[in-house]
Design a protein around this ligand. Structure first.
Ligand code: 2M8
Length: 468
């Protein structure tokens, strides 16, 4: 066990253990990502958590998203963190006082307090998943899910409009991020070069809180990275979180292909939701335009030599040439020709990613072992993240690659059964790293166990007694 806090070790089936993790991390209406390391509500964690919760209780899953969207900014931004006022003092940094959002912009809510950046928009995908599961339950549950979609749709539309406009003033189809934390893949090698170009000025002092929750600091970002993270935060504060100002002068401005691909897939989901709630036709057309523009933007970022889709550094006017899982982003966006799907899925399964001969399970690592910056134990620089495996499993299914998707699902379930609900995992040794009992790991496990590919009887057996 590398995490400093002992992992509880309850018995029971995998599904029971996964449900127990979500129950323990449930703070009433929302779920913390991990027992100690992350004591607040995180945006994209909650979306994946809702997908898993839907398998237990679709109303509770809907509430997870509704709680998050109650903190949406007037601009449409859905904040990366919604702060928990009851979190133990000093348990996480940066705290609300450091962000000072409501003091600096009227776009931020006074309550609840939030951070001033965002994360990938998985939410429409989650809302749509809730509806799908609910439609297989009784009439009352299905009706509640439809009511939830009617309530959340305008907020999702505002969120996507924010990303397609304020975060893409040139209408490139690609979203600009202002901070590695916005990508969700915080210390991935793709941010090394642009982060090195950020000159840290007079930084107010701070104490890292994340290191108290892991035994080995090597599993977390370095102090040099944290200084830059905090400096970028100060830069956003100086801009008063104004997108127009940040778009001109912020020292970290990247067209993030994975974020953008998730928005494309989320626009597909939002389009289905829009039809279900009978949204105005003009809005439905707008969503389809955003989606198509996104696909064109991603196609323009494909690198013929590596076959990967590459991020673009707007400040340096340069392509970021690294080999990470984000390079396979077009698979997530969908809408590809059959040969393009086959090429990307082939790369996913090749020794450059999941097919490395020394990997314990054939699962995609966050960074390719071929990248010079690959590190199998350091956070986003190599370890396997089960929720990301889920995203590629889901994408392969959407692309009709059922056999490949099934191979991923079975390997991922075998991995989680062996190591528990770890935040991330060393691809060679299978050692669980970061936090134990990570909520989104438990959530995707529940979804995998209940997915149609699980043989009807064993799925029913595993899920028996879990539904609320
Ligand atoms: C990690 O990021 C946070 C900052 O957002 C951190 O390191 O403190 C990332 O893995 C991110 O993707 C995730 O949403 C968050 C909570 O699980 O932790």
């Amino acid at each position: 066990m590398t995490a400093s806090d002992e992992a509880p070790n309850p018995g029971g089936s995998l599904a029971e253990r996964a449900a127990a993790v979500l129950r323990r991390n449930d703070l009433g209406g929302w779920t913390k990502p991990a027992p100690h390391l992350y004591p607040h509500q995180w945006s994209w964690d909650s979306a994946f958590i809702a997908i898993g919760l839907a398998r237990l209780d679709t109303r509770r899953a809907a509430r997870e998203l509704a709680t998050l969207f109650a903190a949406q900014w007037a601009t449409g931004l859905v904040p990366q963190i919604v702060f928990n006022p009851s979190a133990p003092a000093g348990s996480y940094f940066p705290d609300p006082a450091r962000w000072a959002c409501a003091e600096l912009t009227s776009a931020a809510p006074n309550q609840p307090q939030t951070s001033g950046i965002c994360q990938p928009p998985v939410h429409a995908i989650a809302a749509h998943a809730i509806r799908l599961v609910a439609s297989q339950r009784d009439d009352e549950i299905a009706a509640d899910a439809r009511a939830f979609l009617r309530q959340i749709y305008p907020r999702l539309f505002l969120w996507h409009r924010y990303l397609a406009t304020a975060r893409d003033p040139d209408r490139s189809g690609l979203v600009t991020i202002y901070h590695p934390w916005e990508s969700g893949t915080d210390n991935a090698p793709r941010w090394d070069v642009p982060l090195a170009a950020v000159e840290v000025g007079d930084l107010p002092p701070y104490t890292r809180r994340d290191l108290q929750h892991v035994t080995d600091p090597g599993q977390r970002p370095t102090d040099a990275e944290y200084d830059r993270y905090l400096w970028l935060l100060e830069a956003l504060k100086r801009a008063r979180y104004d997108d127009a100002v940040a778009a001109r002068s912020h020292p970290f401005r990247i067209k993030d292909v994975l974020f953008s691909a998730i928005l494309v897939a989320a626009n597909d989901a939002l389009l289905e939701i829009a039809a279900l709630v009978e949204a105005p036709v003009a809005e439905q057309r707008q969503i389809a335009d955003w989606r198509d523009q996104g696909r064109r933007g991603l196609a323009a970022r494909r690198d013929a030599t590596s076959g990967l889709c590459l991020d673009y550094d707007l400040r340096a006017n340069a392509t970021i040439s690294t080999q990470t899982i984000a390079g396979l982003a077009p698979l997530v966006a969908g809408g590809l020709a059959t040969d393009e799907v086959a090429a990307l899925a082939g790369t996913l399964e090749s020794p450059r990613f999941a097919g490395h001969p020394a990997f314990r399970w054939a699962l995609p690592p966050s960074t390719s072992p071929d990248d010079p910056a690959f590190d199998p134990r350091s956070y986003w620089r190599g370890p396997i993240w089960p929720f990301l495996t889920w995203l590629f499993w889901w994408s392969l299914q959407r692309a009709g690659e059922i056999a490949r998707a099934e191979r991923l699902r079975l390997a991922a379930l075998a991995q989680i059964d062996a190591v528990g609900f770890a935040e991330y995992i060393d691809p060679f040794t299978g050692e669980p790293l970061g936090s134990h009992d990570q909520s989104w790991t438990a959530a995707v496990t529940l979804d995998w166990l209940a997915s149609p590919e699980d043989s009807a009887s064993s799925a029913a057996e595993r899920m028996a007694g879990l539904e609320g």
